[in-house]
Design a protein around this ligand. Structure first.
Ligand code: GLY
Length: 555
């Protein structure tokens, strides 16, 4: 009798648990309304989160060409609800076989910044097209053709680039003007276009169609590959057909760790993001942050950032070639040792923790987050590095080439564009993937799930950290993406902050602890996050108000 009653009790709970196993609706947050809508179009056609991810990714390539695109790379973090599979599809660019670190030096043996960020030599072999094909084939439900259709339409029919895109064209005008293909596309009549200008890109529509019809080979082999190789050579680079034919995405096991009873699933190398995030959250796990005032808490968070950023440059590189102490760096025991080195009231000078600095990655990246009606999750960060990448468009292709070669430590001991030096683990070598900061992340707890990420160069990782901490404090996605931000990256030994991130009294108290603060005028990042409360069934999204076209929708 008791057993029967227990069974009836469990049966009464079942519908509720089943309801909680899937949200029934979907949430998408991306940097552009047209991209978010492209994702929903594909969901409405019967697609899942991964088809939607392909659609959003490709649409962003069209409508946000300064940030990411077919000529760049991406990390697709995937959680498949039906079997719990979690994987990072690594579509990071690779260095061509002809890579020679000396080619980036000037006559005096100094790093020539112009070569590492502008023109053909700056570009790695793109990974984004391979990712679109791979994700659609291995995780999607729809044919690639269907998921790419919204992006193809946008490229062919045109759209009005937003104020952010136009501002970026203005910033890179001089470099764009050096390249006939890039200026034909982005400088109509030789000038930075004004508001209301409609960008039609039939070449990009045709490139996407080629990928839709011929898959991976459409881009990486045959006539199209030949056209790319010739165009890159003309622009000063040195790709070969073999480089393109050899490109393949890698499926990597994510970095997984526990934080306050939740599973954090995040990007492994060649991202430095997941390891640094694990190190920081493992350190902070030892404190009850909720009991601390804002100054005490900021001090501890900054000390965690300082220690994680020191390690990331010293040890990390392409996992296909570099042996890394990943288990050690992400271990709670290691974090406990680091925590013990933190004085509760005094800043640790960075020069007392010797190490290297990683190159600071370019900020014109983009991130989108998706939860679908079945509970599948996709967190995708993709990039061409600096705005409009290398500012080279091979005629007839419709997309900019990345300038991801600058994410390598191009000259050991020499500062990169941001005045920072890097270690041998991330030296430029043929076939290697440069170290990245991109940190697409899931936080999965017994009741709630968060999907989060952002652009922002080397600040990506601390932004994701602050977003996660705010979520644990109870912030909704819209709040946590809008919060003011601060950042410390070991060197320079400074807490950089957005304007008004701290009150004058808080600044003074942090300075009294030995911290140096530097407040900037420019906002940072363009975070897009969604969450799902399995208890209430609620889905929410937030798109950073710093971006003019960002759109989070739940339907
Ligand atoms: N290029 C930006 C990053 O990979 O972090």
């Amino acid at each position: 009798m008791i057993r029967l009653r227990a069974l009836l009790f469990v049966a009464a709970l079942l519908p509720c648990s089943f309801a909680a196993a899937a949200p029934g609706k979907a949430a998408i947050a991306s940097a552009h309304k047209l991209a978010t809508e492209a994702g929903f179009d594909v969901l409405a056609a019967g697609g899942n989160a991964f088809d939607a991810a392909v659609a959003v990714s490709a649409a962003l390539s069209v409508v946000e060409p300064q940030s990411s695109g077919i000529g760049g790379g991406a990390f697709f973090l995937v959680h498949r609800a039906k079997d719990g599979k979690q994987v990072l599809v690594d579509a990071r660019e690779t260095a061509p076989a002809a890579t020679d670190a000396k080619a980036y030096l000037d006559a005096n043996g100094e790093l020539d910044r112009d070569k590492s960020v502008n023109g053909g030599l700056a570009a790695g072999i793109p990974g984004e097209p391979a990712a679109l094909v791979w994700v659609a084939q291995h995780y999607g439900r729809l044919p690639l053709k269907q998921s790419l259709a919204p992006a193809i339409r946008l490229a062919r029919d045109g759209f009005a680039p937003d104020a952010r895109s136009l501002m970026r064209i203005g910033q890179r005008k001089d470099v764009i003007a050096r390249d006939a293909g890039a200026s034909a596309l982005f400088l109509p009549g030789g000038e930075v276009p004004g508001a209301g200008w409609v960008l039609k890109n039939p070449d990009l529509a045709r490139t996407l169609e080629l990928i839709a019809e011929r898959g991976h080979k459409g881009f990486y082999e045959g006539e199209f590959a030949e056209k790319l190789v010739a165009g890159v050579k003309k622009a000063g680079g040195n790709w070969s057909r073999e480089d393109l034919a050899a490109y393949a995405v890698r499926e990597r096991e994510p970095i997984v760790f526990q934080y306050r009873g939740h599973k954090v699933v995040t990007a492994p190398p060649p991202s430095s993001g997941g390891i640094a995030l694990a190190e920081m959250l493992n350190i902070l796990q030892g404190y009850d942050l909720t009991r601390l005032d804002r100054v005490e808490r900021t001090h501890l968070v900054v000390e965690a950032m300082r220690r994680a950023y020191r390690d990331r440059a010293e040890y990390l590189g392409d996992p296909d070639f570099v042996k890394m102490p990943v288990a050690e760096l992400t271990s709670p025991l290691y974090a406990a040792g680091l925590r013990a080195s933190i004085h509760p009231k005094k800043a640790t000078p960075s020069d007392s923790l010797p190490g290297y600095m990683a190159p600071v990655q370019g900020t014109d990246t983009t991130h989108f987050s998706i939860i679908d009606a079945d509970g599948n999750l996709a967190a995708v960060t993709q990039t061409v590095n600096l705005p409009f990448g290398a500012a080279v468009v091979v005629p007839g292709t419709g997309f900019v080439l990345n300038n991801e070669m600058d994410d390598f430590a191009l000259k050991a001991g020499a500062p990169n564009a941001y005045g920072l030096v890097g270690a041998d683990a991330n030296a430029p070598r043929p076939g290697h993937r440069p170290l990245s900061s991109m940190t697409p992340t899931f936080v999965i707890g017994p009741e709630r799930t968060l999907v989060i990420g952002t652009p922002g160069g080397s600040r990506i990782i601390t932004m994701v950290l602050e977003g996660i901490l705010a979520w644990f404090d109870g912030d909704a996605p819209q709040q946590l993406v809008d919060n003011k931000r601060f950042h410390h990256q070991y060197l320079p030994d400074v807490i950089s902050t957005e304007k008004d991130a701290f009150t004058p009294a808080e600044r003074k108290a942090l300075q009294a602890m030995g911290h140096v603060l530097s407040e900037g005028e420019q906002p940072w990042g363009f975070m897009n996050a969604v969450d799902w409360n399995r208890k209430t069934g609620e889905l929410r999204g937030g798109s950073d108000s710093r971006g003019v076209s960002g759109t989070a929708l739940v339907r």
